[in-house]
Design a protein around this ligand. Sequence first.
Ligand code: NAD
Length: 243
Amino acid sequence: MEKTERLLELLDKAENVAAFTGAGVSTLCGIPDFRGPQGLYKQPDAERIFDIDWFDEDPSIYYKGCAELVYGLKNYQPGPVHFALAKLEREGKLKGIATQNIDMLHQKAGSSVVYEVHGSPILHHCRRCGDEKSFAEICAMLEKEPVAHCACGGVYKPDITFFGESLPEEAFEGAIKLASEADLILVLGSSLTVQPAGSIPLYTLRRGGKMVIVNAQSTPLDGSAALLMPDLKEFAETILDRR
Ligand code: NAD
Protein backbone atom coordinates (compact mmCIF):
# COMPACT_ATOMS: atom_id res chain seq x y z
CA MET A 1 0.00 0.00 0.00
CA GLU A 2 1.22 3.51 -0.82
CA LYS A 3 2.24 5.67 2.15
CA THR A 4 -0.40 8.29 1.32
CA GLU A 5 -3.13 5.60 1.21
CA ARG A 6 -1.98 4.26 4.56
CA LEU A 7 -2.07 7.80 6.00
CA LEU A 8 -5.67 8.26 4.83
CA GLU A 9 -6.63 4.86 6.24
CA LEU A 10 -5.14 5.70 9.64
CA LEU A 11 -6.94 9.07 9.65
CA ASP A 12 -10.27 7.50 8.68
CA LYS A 13 -10.06 4.95 11.49
CA ALA A 14 -9.01 7.49 14.15
CA GLU A 15 -11.53 9.47 16.15
CA ASN A 16 -9.29 11.58 18.31
CA VAL A 17 -6.22 12.89 16.46
CA ALA A 18 -3.44 15.01 17.97
CA ALA A 19 -0.50 16.67 16.22
CA PHE A 20 3.00 17.32 17.51
CA THR A 21 4.96 19.75 15.36
CA GLY A 22 8.55 20.93 15.15
CA ALA A 23 10.65 23.36 13.17
CA GLY A 24 10.42 21.20 9.99
CA VAL A 25 6.80 22.27 9.34
CA SER A 26 7.97 25.87 9.00
CA THR A 27 10.94 25.23 6.68
CA LEU A 28 8.30 25.11 3.91
CA CYS A 29 7.60 28.79 4.79
CA GLY A 30 11.29 29.73 4.59
CA ILE A 31 12.08 29.64 8.35
CA PRO A 32 15.23 27.56 8.96
CA ASP A 33 15.11 24.62 11.42
CA PHE A 34 17.85 23.91 13.97
CA ARG A 35 19.04 20.42 13.13
CA GLY A 36 18.27 19.94 9.42
CA PRO A 37 21.08 20.22 6.82
CA GLN A 38 20.74 24.06 6.66
CA GLY A 39 19.88 24.34 10.37
CA LEU A 40 20.91 27.08 12.80
CA TYR A 41 23.04 24.62 14.79
CA LYS A 42 25.50 24.48 11.89
CA GLN A 43 26.56 28.00 13.02
CA PRO A 44 29.23 28.32 15.73
CA ASP A 45 27.94 29.36 19.19
CA ALA A 46 24.30 28.88 18.12
CA GLU A 47 23.44 27.11 21.40
CA ARG A 48 24.23 30.29 23.37
CA ILE A 49 21.42 32.25 21.70
CA PHE A 50 18.64 30.55 23.70
CA ASP A 51 20.57 29.98 26.95
CA ILE A 52 19.21 31.82 30.00
CA ASP A 53 22.62 32.24 31.68
CA TRP A 54 24.07 33.75 28.52
CA PHE A 55 21.00 35.97 28.17
CA ASP A 56 21.52 37.41 31.65
CA GLU A 57 25.27 37.79 31.03
CA ASP A 58 24.98 39.38 27.59
CA PRO A 59 21.48 39.76 26.06
CA SER A 60 22.98 41.12 22.83
CA ILE A 61 23.88 37.49 21.88
CA TYR A 62 20.16 36.69 21.78
CA TYR A 63 19.02 39.97 20.22
CA LYS A 64 21.72 39.81 17.53
CA GLY A 65 21.17 36.10 16.81
CA CYS A 66 17.37 36.54 16.66
CA ALA A 67 17.07 39.82 14.75
CA GLU A 68 15.82 37.78 11.79
CA LEU A 69 14.92 34.41 13.39
CA VAL A 70 12.42 35.87 15.88
CA TYR A 71 11.78 39.54 15.04
CA GLY A 72 11.57 38.79 11.30
CA LEU A 73 8.73 36.31 11.97
CA LYS A 74 6.11 39.00 11.32
CA ASN A 75 7.03 38.70 7.62
CA TYR A 76 6.30 34.96 7.30
CA GLN A 77 3.05 33.28 6.33
CA PRO A 78 1.80 29.78 7.22
CA GLY A 79 2.65 26.91 4.84
CA PRO A 80 0.85 23.76 3.64
CA VAL A 81 1.29 21.78 6.89
CA HIS A 82 -0.19 24.64 8.97
CA PHE A 83 -3.19 24.85 6.62
CA ALA A 84 -3.62 21.04 6.53
CA LEU A 85 -3.81 20.90 10.35
CA ALA A 86 -6.24 23.84 10.49
CA LYS A 87 -8.45 21.94 8.00
CA LEU A 88 -8.34 18.75 10.12
CA GLU A 89 -9.38 20.80 13.16
CA ARG A 90 -12.30 22.41 11.29
CA GLU A 91 -13.45 18.91 10.27
CA GLY A 92 -13.47 17.87 13.93
CA LYS A 93 -10.78 15.19 13.40
CA LEU A 94 -7.89 17.01 15.03
CA LYS A 95 -8.36 17.92 18.69
CA GLY A 96 -5.28 20.10 19.01
CA ILE A 97 -1.62 20.76 18.28
CA ALA A 98 1.35 20.57 20.63
CA THR A 99 4.09 22.59 18.98
CA GLN A 100 7.74 23.17 19.75
CA ASN A 101 7.64 26.13 17.39
CA ILE A 102 7.76 29.72 18.49
CA ASP A 103 6.70 31.21 15.16
CA MET A 104 2.94 31.58 15.88
CA LEU A 105 2.11 30.23 12.38
CA HIS A 106 -0.43 27.58 13.50
CA GLN A 107 -2.62 30.33 14.95
CA LYS A 108 -2.08 32.45 11.83
CA ALA A 109 -3.35 29.51 9.71
CA GLY A 110 -6.55 29.28 11.79
CA SER A 111 -5.83 26.53 14.34
CA SER A 112 -7.39 27.39 17.70
CA VAL A 113 -6.16 24.66 20.07
CA VAL A 114 -2.37 25.15 20.13
CA TYR A 115 -0.11 24.28 23.06
CA GLU A 116 3.21 26.09 22.63
CA VAL A 117 5.41 23.87 24.77
CA HIS A 118 8.51 26.03 24.27
CA GLY A 119 6.66 29.29 24.80
CA SER A 120 6.27 32.12 22.33
CA PRO A 121 7.62 35.63 21.69
CA ILE A 122 4.06 37.04 21.62
CA LEU A 123 4.81 38.51 25.07
CA HIS A 124 8.10 39.71 26.57
CA HIS A 125 8.80 40.41 30.26
CA CYS A 126 11.47 42.55 31.88
CA ARG A 127 14.00 40.38 33.73
CA ARG A 128 14.25 42.97 36.52
CA CYS A 129 10.74 44.40 37.20
CA GLY A 130 8.48 41.97 35.29
CA ASP A 131 6.91 44.65 33.05
CA GLU A 132 5.11 43.14 30.04
CA LYS A 133 5.40 44.17 26.39
CA SER A 134 3.83 42.70 23.25
CA PHE A 135 5.78 41.30 20.30
CA ALA A 136 4.78 44.36 18.22
CA GLU A 137 5.99 46.76 20.95
CA ILE A 138 9.36 44.99 21.16
CA CYS A 139 9.70 45.04 17.34
CA ALA A 140 9.14 48.83 17.44
CA MET A 141 11.75 49.21 20.22
CA LEU A 142 14.29 47.21 18.19
CA GLU A 143 14.04 49.71 15.37
CA LYS A 144 15.66 52.25 17.75
CA GLU A 145 18.06 50.11 19.84
CA PRO A 146 19.72 46.70 19.34
CA VAL A 147 18.59 45.32 22.75
CA ALA A 148 15.07 45.95 24.16
CA HIS A 149 15.56 47.77 27.49
CA CYS A 150 12.90 48.50 30.09
CA ALA A 151 12.55 51.96 31.66
CA CYS A 152 13.81 50.38 34.93
CA GLY A 153 17.15 49.52 33.27
CA GLY A 154 16.37 45.80 32.93
CA VAL A 155 16.13 43.86 29.68
CA TYR A 156 13.02 42.36 28.08
CA LYS A 157 13.14 38.60 27.48
CA PRO A 158 10.64 36.82 25.23
CA ASP A 159 8.38 34.20 26.83
CA ILE A 160 10.27 31.60 24.77
CA THR A 161 11.64 28.80 26.95
CA PHE A 162 15.43 29.09 26.99
CA PHE A 163 17.83 26.28 27.88
CA GLY A 164 18.09 26.39 31.68
CA GLU A 165 14.40 27.35 32.15
CA SER A 166 11.47 25.06 32.85
CA LEU A 167 8.70 24.62 30.28
CA PRO A 168 5.48 26.65 30.58
CA GLU A 169 3.40 24.46 32.90
CA GLU A 170 -0.05 25.11 31.45
CA ALA A 171 1.02 24.48 27.83
CA PHE A 172 3.00 21.36 28.71
CA GLU A 173 0.17 19.88 30.77
CA GLY A 174 -2.31 20.67 27.98
CA ALA A 175 -0.04 18.93 25.47
CA ILE A 176 0.26 15.84 27.66
CA LYS A 177 -3.52 15.65 28.10
CA LEU A 178 -4.00 16.06 24.34
CA ALA A 179 -1.54 13.24 23.55
CA SER A 180 -2.89 11.00 26.34
CA GLU A 181 -6.42 11.18 24.91
CA ALA A 182 -5.45 10.69 21.24
CA ASP A 183 -5.83 7.43 19.33
CA LEU A 184 -3.54 8.79 16.60
CA ILE A 185 -0.72 11.32 16.87
CA LEU A 186 0.82 13.00 13.83
CA VAL A 187 4.47 13.84 14.55
CA LEU A 188 5.54 16.40 11.97
CA GLY A 189 8.94 17.95 11.26
CA SER A 190 10.66 17.27 14.54
CA SER A 191 13.97 15.57 15.22
CA LEU A 192 12.43 14.53 18.60
CA THR A 193 15.76 15.20 20.27
CA VAL A 194 14.75 18.11 22.52
CA GLN A 195 13.46 16.78 25.86
CA PRO A 196 11.06 16.65 27.59
CA ALA A 197 8.92 17.88 24.64
CA GLY A 198 10.18 15.05 22.41
CA SER A 199 8.51 12.52 24.74
CA ILE A 200 4.98 13.92 24.27
CA PRO A 201 4.10 11.34 21.52
CA LEU A 202 4.88 8.55 24.02
CA TYR A 203 1.67 9.43 25.90
CA THR A 204 -0.38 8.40 22.84
CA LEU A 205 1.60 5.17 22.40
CA ARG A 206 1.22 4.27 26.09
CA ARG A 207 -2.59 4.37 25.88
CA GLY A 208 -2.46 2.10 22.79
CA GLY A 209 -2.76 4.86 20.17
CA LYS A 210 -0.91 4.93 16.85
CA MET A 211 1.76 7.33 15.62
CA VAL A 212 2.64 8.69 12.16
CA ILE A 213 6.05 10.36 11.84
CA VAL A 214 6.72 12.67 8.90
CA ASN A 215 10.33 13.78 8.90
CA ALA A 216 13.22 13.88 6.43
CA GLN A 217 15.71 12.55 9.01
CA SER A 218 15.32 9.56 11.31
CA THR A 219 14.09 10.11 14.88
CA PRO A 220 14.49 8.09 18.10
CA LEU A 221 10.81 7.01 17.90
CA ASP A 222 10.82 5.73 14.29
CA GLY A 223 10.67 2.09 15.49
CA SER A 224 7.29 2.69 17.17
CA ALA A 225 5.59 4.41 14.23
CA ALA A 226 2.67 2.85 12.32
CA LEU A 227 3.81 4.91 9.32
CA LEU A 228 6.98 6.80 8.40
CA MET A 229 6.89 9.41 5.63
CA PRO A 230 9.89 11.55 4.63
CA ASP A 231 8.10 14.42 2.92
CA LEU A 232 6.02 17.04 4.75
CA LYS A 233 4.77 18.61 1.52
CA GLU A 234 3.36 15.28 0.34
CA PHE A 235 1.75 14.78 3.77
CA ALA A 236 0.11 18.22 3.65
CA GLU A 237 -1.13 17.82 0.07
CA THR A 238 -2.68 14.45 0.95
CA ILE A 239 -4.64 16.08 3.79
CA LEU A 240 -5.61 19.16 1.79
CA ASP A 241 -6.92 16.97 -1.09
CA ARG A 242 -8.79 14.64 1.30
CA ARG A 243 -12.58 14.89 1.18
P1 NAD B 1 14.79 20.37 14.66
O1 NAD B 1 15.47 21.47 13.92
O2 NAD B 1 15.53 19.64 15.72
O3 NAD B 1 14.26 19.28 13.63
C1 NAD B 1 13.52 19.63 12.49
C2 NAD B 1 13.38 18.38 11.67
O4 NAD B 1 12.56 18.67 10.55
C3 NAD B 1 14.72 17.87 11.11
O5 NAD B 1 14.91 16.52 11.52
C4 NAD B 1 14.57 18.00 9.59
O6 NAD B 1 15.15 16.91 8.90
C5 NAD B 1 13.07 18.00 9.42
N1 NAD B 1 12.60 18.73 8.23
C6 NAD B 1 12.91 20.00 7.90
N2 NAD B 1 12.26 20.33 6.74
C7 NAD B 1 11.56 19.21 6.36
C8 NAD B 1 10.69 18.91 5.26
N3 NAD B 1 10.41 19.82 4.33
N4 NAD B 1 10.14 17.65 5.17
C9 NAD B 1 10.42 16.73 6.13
N5 NAD B 1 11.23 16.96 7.20
C10 NAD B 1 11.78 18.20 7.30
O7 NAD B 1 13.44 20.98 15.20
P2 NAD B 1 12.64 20.64 16.48
O8 NAD B 1 12.58 19.16 16.67
O9 NAD B 1 11.42 21.44 16.39
O10 NAD B 1 13.52 21.25 17.68
C11 NAD B 1 14.21 22.45 17.57
C12 NAD B 1 13.90 23.45 18.64
O11 NAD B 1 14.09 24.70 18.04
C13 NAD B 1 12.50 23.46 19.11
O12 NAD B 1 12.56 23.60 20.47
C14 NAD B 1 11.84 24.69 18.50
O13 NAD B 1 11.21 25.41 19.55
C15 NAD B 1 12.96 25.54 18.04
N6 NAD B 1 12.83 26.11 16.68
C16 NAD B 1 11.65 26.66 16.29
C17 NAD B 1 11.53 27.20 15.02
C18 NAD B 1 10.21 27.78 14.63
O14 NAD B 1 9.46 28.21 15.50
N7 NAD B 1 9.88 27.78 13.34
C19 NAD B 1 12.60 27.20 14.13
C20 NAD B 1 13.82 26.65 14.57
C21 NAD B 1 13.90 26.09 15.85
